[in-house]
Design a protein around this ligand. Structure first.
Ligand SMILES: Nc1ncnc2c1ncn2[C@@H]1O[C@H](COP(=O)(O)OP(=O)(O)OP(=O)(O)O)[C@@H](O)[C@H]1O
Ligand SMILES: [Mg+2]
Length: 260
């Protein structure tokens, strides 16, 4: 059964980004449709992470605009973007190494925690109930990601592949509409990559989450993405189905040139 792709959920229009003299992104436009797995690929330094950082409000583009579900924003901070329903994982893990798996994933629930802080501090009725609900939600994510055995383990003691999985759990705890994944399989062995692929597909399938994925492993990209954007030196050189992109001569040249 082929899956149902919806309307445009994220529309990136003419985005440019500069760091001093470096043009990290030049006039990039592409869209992401609801329920899609959209890959962003390209050689090192192509501007992939910078693109994600523009989408989630870490960087403000010097030109262009991004619309999320028809709402256009030019200056939005990461918290505002998160509140709209966009979560991300990081190329370099941003977990609290000394904290347990459960507590790390709980940090993803911060936006959902509504009881006032004083009540929470005093551990009175509603706050306590809220904490229990949040914990139950986190436990469901832990089951989903099959990391029950490590619930109480400090994240820093886990192998790298599992740390990446916990980072995914933290992002999932935000119940995002759109999930931005920056190299979720980097540094993993074959088996860990297969697991991560399965989780990404399951998230997409079971929760209907739209996924934007940066990945260097071409096999993975070709296997799991619906459409692919290709960046090179901050410019878009390809956009289409995996098949179309694979046969695009500019793309082939960029990859050969970069020694991939
Ligand atoms: N905070 C920053 N300050 C200055 N230059 C930056 C900054 N972030 C990125 N750049 C530059 O912008 C360009 C694009 O970098 P970016 O990290 O987006 O590439 P990438 O495609 O994610 O690469 P990689 O595959 O290595 O992760 C590079 O030339 C990089 O040096
Ligand atoms: Mg990067």
């Amino acid at each position: 059964m082929s899956k149902k792709i919806g309307d445009v959920i994220l529309d990136i229009k003419n985005i440019s980004l500069r760091f001093g003299g470096v043009k990290a992104l030049t006039d990039i436009s592409f869209n992401v449709k609801e329920h899609e797995i959209r890959a962003i690929i390209g050689p090192n330094g192509a501007g992939k992470s910078s693109m994600l950082n523009c989408i989630n409000g870490v960087y403000t583009p010097s030109e262009g605009a991004i619309s999320f579900r028809g709402q256009t924003f030019a200056h939005m901070n990461s918290r505002q973007v998160a509140e709209m329903g966009v979560a991300r994982t990081f190329q370099n893990l941003a977990l609290f190494k000394g904290m347990s798996v459960i507590d790390n994933i709980m940090t993803g629930r911060n936006l959902q925690i509504k009881s006032n802080l004083l009540l929470q501090a005093l551990r009175l009725g509603p706050a306590q109930r809220e904490e229990i609900q949040q914990r139950e939600f986190v436990e469901r994510i832990i089951d989903f990601l099959e990391i029950q055995a490590f619930r109480k383990t400090p994240v820093g003691q886990l192998p790298y592949g599992l740390q990446k999985r916990v980072d995914l759990g933290r992002a999932l705890a935000m119940e995002p509409k759109v999930l931005l994944l920056d190299e979720p399989m980097a540094g993993m062995n074959v088996e860990e990559k297969q697991d991560m692929c399965r989780f990404i597909l399951d998230v997409n399938d079971e929760f209907g989450t739209t996924i934007v994925l940066i990945e260097h492993d071409m096999g993975v990209v070709m296997d799991i993405s619906d459409r692919v954007v290709v960046l090179d030196y901050g410019k878009k050189i390809g956009d289409g189905t995996p098949e179309e992109v694979r046969n695009n001569e500019d793309v082939i040249r960029a990859y050969l040139g970069a020694g991939h």
